[in-house]
Design a protein around this ligand. Structure first.
Ligand code: DQA
Length: 166
């Protein structure tokens, strides 16, 4: 029997949707304050500005993109649960929850599509408690330390995966 690759899974979801492929970008706690929050670490762009750029970028490439941000773990878990079967790829910066939320990890385990993890900062050059990411254990891949550029690189990677690349 042929092995089901991750990119096959992407196509399966796209086929189910019968629409154009869709990416969901999830941001966790305190990322709503990007631009104001520790700009030396996280940059000067607001989340709205970042998302607007991603929207234009994805739409120009024929891909739908939705955004969700919450400061609440339970809301993030619910959003991940509800994303099942609706999206081709999930991009997630879970903020501090990346380091300790088993609930979010368990929800992500139920999502049968590629997951791309993003961190604006290089979490491995910061405090030791940021060196572990539970999200990384279920992510297909990740980008860290490149600021807001990390989101657009993640969208570019997502589009390539959707197109059948590795
Ligand atoms: C972050 C890194 C986390 O340690 C921190 O709690 C955040 C942002 C990042 O994008 O660099 O909220 O995920």
């Amino acid at each position: 029997m042929p092995q089901k690759s991750e990119s096959n899974k992407v196509f399966a979801v796209v086929a189910q949707n019968k629409n154009r492929p869709a990416i969901l970008v999830i941001n966790g706690p305190n990322l709503n304050l990007l631009g104001e929050r520790e700009p030396d670490i996280y940059g000067k762009q607001s989340l709205e500005e970042i998302n607007n750029d991603l929207q234009k970028y994805a739409n120009a490439r024929g891909v739908s993109i939705d955004f969700f941000q919450s400061n609440h773990e339970g809301e993030l878990v619910e959003q991940v649960q509800q994303s099942r079967g609706k999206y081709s790829i999930l991009i997630i910066n879970a903020g501090a929850l990346s380091h300790y939320s088993i609930a979010l990890l368990d929800a992500l385990k139920m999502v049968d599509i590629p997951i791309i993890e993003v961190h604006l900062s290089n979490i491995y050059r910061r405090e030791e408690f940021r060196h572990q990411s539970l999200i990384s254990t279920v992510a297909t891949g990740g980008i860290f330390g490149l600021g807001a550029r990390g989101y657009s690189l993640a969208v570019e990677a997502a589009i390539q995966i959707i197109a059948g690349g590795k």
